[in-house]
Design a protein around this ligand. Sequence first.
Ligand code: CA
Ligand code: CA
Ligand code: CA
Length: 1018
Amino acid sequence: MRKFRMTIIGFVVCGFFVTVHSTAEAGEQQAEHLVPVDKKLTQEAVQRLFERGQQEVYRGEELETIGMPVGGITTGQLYLRGDGTLGLWQIFNKHIFTGYGRDCYRTYRPSSPVDSGFAVIMKQADKVFVRSLNKDFGTVEFVGLYPIGIVRYREEGLPVRVAVTASSIFIPLNAKDSALPATLFHVVVENISESNLQAGVLGWLENAVCIDSAKSVHAQRRSRVVNENERTLIVHTAEKAPVPKVALAPRPKIVLADFEDPDFGSWKVNGEAFGKGPVKGTLPNQQKVSGFLGKGFVNSFFGGDKPGGTLMSPPFKISRKFINFLIGGGSHAGQTCINLFVDGKLVRTATGKNNEKLEWYFWNVQEFEDKTAQILILDRFSGGWGHISVDQIELSDEPQQGQMGPLEQLADYGSLVLAFEEEGASSQDVRQLLSFLGDWAADFNVEENAAWPVTERHSTALATRTVGLAPGGKHAFIFVLAWFFPNHPNGHEYANRFNSAAEVAHYVLDDYGRLAGNTSKWYNTYYGDSTLPRWLLFRLHSTVCNLATGTCQWWKNGRFWAWEGVGCCPGTCTHVWNYAHAPARLFPELERSAREAQDFGEGFDSESGLVGFRSNRAYAADGQCGTILKAYREHQMSADNSFLKRNWPRIKKALEYSIAQDGNDDGLIENSQHNTFDINFEGPNTFVGSLYLAALRAGEEMAKDMSDGRFAKRCRKIFESGSRLSVERLWDGEYFIQLVDLKKHPKYQYAKGCLSDQLFGQGWAHQLGLGYIYPPEYVKKALQSVWKYNWAPDVGPYNAEHQPERWFAEPGEAGLFTCTWPKSPYLADGVRYKSEVWTGIEYQVAGHMVWEGMVNEALAICRGIHERYHPAKHNPFNEVECGDHYARAMASWGVYMALSGYEYHGPKGHLGFAPRITPEDFRAAFTAAEGWGLFLQKRDGKIQRERIELRWGQLSVKSLAFAVPDNFRSVKVSVTAADKPVQNDYTLKDGRLEITLKKKLVLSENQMLDVTIQQQDK
Ligand SMILES: [Ca+2]
Ligand SMILES: [Ca+2]
Ligand SMILES: [Ca+2]
């Protein structure tokens, strides 16, 4: 058994941690390396890392940055902001890339494009108070832990205090109920005065259907307040606008510009991109352009995508109801676009859709009739699709149907509902209550049925009936916000089960007890019943919220698909997703679908075994090997062999592809290896190499499971050679290096550098129960070197000398660098992203450290992330890289599993634990193929007790493994399940106890399996 806190190093105080300048005590460290050997972690700081601690409470300015995703997984991205209001609202099938580095790693308050809210109603004696629940309330506190956000409100002089709980339904292993497009709200009002009062809640929601297309569709929004199933619902939809009864004959069109002249005439051109006048067709190196009228049109591809420029129209009067135009080119909002300004204000904008075919588009401009306007065509994007084409701008009384298509097919068409679980107050009462809120709520709609032109914005309100509360009394008012926007290009899984937002809301309320109950059960099991430090539980589970953001999609055909970060880099990228362990352990069904539909489906080349790393035909060496590891993980997280059976021929073929890259079966891949650093490594290295060796071991195990002894032997043989040769050729005494001829390959290599990910495959191997792929002493030393050379308690000094390409840690913050060169000259042209700090790598390394017993160091790394993402600086639920909610961050789950020493093989019915932290008294949630629960371990003198409490689903068990203290040389073991003795055999070796049950047993919900291990004196 490894000893908890095996090495207390005297290290940092940085941040949490008070920043200590690192240059002074360089010690043995070469001064020029700038990452101090001494991390300045004091005993006290280390102790604080391990304390169970209090839950963090955020107030004041800290509330500004917070945005916890509270919608169902894969259903869009809705934030609960720190003050309890809702933000972002990306539920309308548009995924917005927020930028790269400094753009997304900045301090800001998430916006709220849709109006909604709750207010508490209090009636006492003859006084009525109605107060909005937002940051203007007296004292507001956020105490959310994903997936449940809690915001508390109180104020001097008010007779109540209020707590709003907002969450999606989140039940591990039940992906469908966790993927409901809905958010559940409990508004709990408590009477803290000394006399009785009446309390209620007012809720309102804007009709935001067609939020993006509103300015270019001819439609109207309809809002209804309906009572059905003894519930009151606000139901928002949109529909075609009626044809006016006394329709005026459309006035003739006015062509503002047809771009048929050789120059731009009275339009003003700036920059290079638009050339000197309209073009007559496709420009050099451009794909064929079509769709324009006549011979000429605007095209900003002069000199390719790189140049930028603007083209501004002369002022004109808006003398018709619509502006129609043809548009093509890039789809970069705000960067390759056409903008309409009225009285100098930007009122409309449109982009192409990454297509060279110009298509009709229109703006509804009735509200601006007779005003003076100007059109600006803009190109300020120089990457791919960094150009725009425009032609035939017309003023017309009739819209030109173009790319928008019919209303019912628009991405943001659908329905939006706010439902109260009971019948609400009458519309007269709601109207009266609104008057207490202030002028801003005066024109809220309360009618049963109302409609407006789609360009108008209106909120509709409902109120609960009031409930009598005696002093100290509490009441929970339950609401569901639900949405239904099925027109995603690949559809939504939820649209297979529902037809409207109202159906979703009723489903949640009909089955409220089970859905909300199991969500709380997971929350309490994971957070409440655990012995792990509260801050650490927060951090490690926070990244799971990425599933409930624009990063992740679950298509109508059942396929799970993801970006790397929101709106950026498509195709469930194999190498980025190599790090993301959380989805596979919490919702294994989703990852299995990604393997089958993508890696061994659309992205698989059945001739060669290549797994295209973005569902394409491109090779990534790390992604290819990682696919084998994921396949084994998905097999382990299955209840039986069916997944492996279905996919084994392709898994084997994919591994053969990597073996072919190795070339001579020596277990080293020497050729060009494209990888997650967006460059190619040349020559043998343990980044790709460790993944390859772990993949060979996984291949060996899967081959055995499939009775393919020959292939198992082949994998073993190559693995053994690779393991031996890696040490012989790549060990430099302290860590593993890359063998590369820098003269031949001067760019993007790490050579003698210390790469943080150099043992990536070893961390994976531990998670899959594959053991060591290199001799343990080398692994431990290398990991210690990563800590020593790459983790800086303050990234400032190092980054001042070696600027990162992108900043994901600021001076004064702690972080683990991707790669440093402590023992050889810094390679300015070395591996890309070398001086950056990625949370995904930090968790990957920290998780591996836990397996090796380096728990102090692992927790210090995680704490560094936690400090960087403190809400005083950043949204704690949004770890960024290239875009928001970056998938790699879900590596945090690897740390969580390592802390329990979790091992699992579903089809074999094998489950094991070896806590790496407080093994004398340990509790943590775990998940298996068909059930989840709580694992408990207690040590008391000569007795160690294990308990597996199944809290949801079922669990098949045939064998168990636990770690016992070193002095337990001989033991007596008894096992009971549901209080009945279970016959078993056991073996004890080097502190590892393996128990085999005589018969497989199946635990059902609320049953317990107990193991008592008694030390025997020999
Ligand atoms: Ca033209
Ligand atoms: Ca351009
Ligand atoms: Ca080789």
